[in-house]
Design a protein around this ligand. Structure first.
Ligand SMILES: Nc1ncnc2c1ncn2[C@@H]1O[C@H](COP(=O)(O)OP(=O)(O)O)[C@@H](O)[C@H]1O
Ligand SMILES: [Mg+2]
Length: 278
């Protein structure tokens, strides 16, 4: 559904993307995980036609992003990191404008807008001005707007940045539901738990390059199952173990304080890149 080959983007001397290759299957929820400046937004901007690529190719639903740009554009919905709703218009008007942009008839728009508003639980806020909504509601509305024209692919650029934990979980549930309806989802994040919880597969992105791509489970099991954070000559160190028994053996020899915990994706990212994601 999404195919990227040798994609590069330079801004002067900065290599924002340095040769990206990946393939996202139909119906998959793919997470693009990396620290700030890794190239996540640049990738989404190129795929959605907002920024020109320096080299390489990409296809959405089989259509080349530039040579068949108009057809490619109808395939996706886009939720950018910043909330770009019209604050002075109502909830309904914001969605209606989007439907018109995609050439939907009045009847189609009415039906789809009501359906999406029920879906995101904002039907009773239909006539409210966007500026009266909470941050979580605005985020849900940007997702609904991206889905108005029934796209096959949904791009989400850091969809839960700045939201508190409870609202973040609500957005996660909405994203899962959209996937269950059959939509292919490409999500960028620098939240480890978000990738771990949502993604079928994760790409680790660092300095414009993909370090590895795999399922969250496989990435974690490559690292080990258990981690022990411990003090070693005044420094915090982490040791990884495949079994609880090996971890226990280590603990019996441990003189200073330690914490035993399950391995997470942060550990895998750190081992592969030498960096923390968040
Ligand atoms: N318009 C731009 N002009 C110059 N440099 C840019 C521009 N957009 C992004 N960059 C640079 O490209 C790199 C990747 O940025 P970005 O894709 O926004 O990363 P992320 O979304 O992963 O935080 C960064 O070094 C950033 O400073
Ligand atoms: Mg970004």
């Amino acid at each position: 559904m999404i195919r990227i080959e040798g994609l590069k983007k330079s801004y002067g001397a900065i290599k924002a993307l340095d040769g990206i290759d990946l393939h996202v299957a139909a119906g998959e929820l793919f997470a693009y995980l990396g620290p700030n400046g890794a190239g996540k937004t640049t990738t989404i901007r190129i795929l959605t036609g907002l920024t020109r690529r320096s080299a390489g190719d990409a296809w959405l639903g089989g259509f080349h992003i530039e040579k068949e740009g108009l057809k490619a554009k109808k395939r996706f919905g886009l939720v950018m990191q910043s909330i770009n709703l019209d604050q002075e218009l109502t909830v309904w008007e914001n969605l209606d404008i989007h439907g018109r942009l995609f050439g939907m008839s009045a009847g189609e728009r009415k039906k789809k807008i009501d359906q999406m508003l029920s879906y995101i639980d904002l039907i009773d806020r239909k006539t409210a001005l966007v500026k009266q909504l909470s941050g979580g509601m605005k985020r849900r509305l940007t997702i609904a707007r991206a889905m108005i024209h029934s796209p096959e692919i949904l791009f989400l650029d850091e969809p839960t940045v700045g939201l508190d934990a409870a609202i973040r979980r609500r957005i996660w549930a909405l994203i899962k539901e959209i996937q269950e309806e059959g939509t292919t989802i490409f999500l960028t994040t620098h939240y480890i738990e978000e990738a771990e919880f949502l993604a079928d597969r994760v790409a680790f992105l660092d300095e414009g390059r993909i370090v590895t791509i795999d399922t969250p489970q496989a990435l974690m099991s490559r690292t080990g199952a258990w981690a022990i954070d411990h003090m070693d000559a005044g420094k915090m160190k982490t040791q990884y173990f495949q079994t609880r028994q090996e971890a226990d053996t280590f603990i019996t020899r441990q003189k200073e304080s330690y914490t035993l915990r399950r391995v997470n994706l942060e550990d895998s990212f750190l081992l592969l890149t030498g960096k923390k994601v968040g």
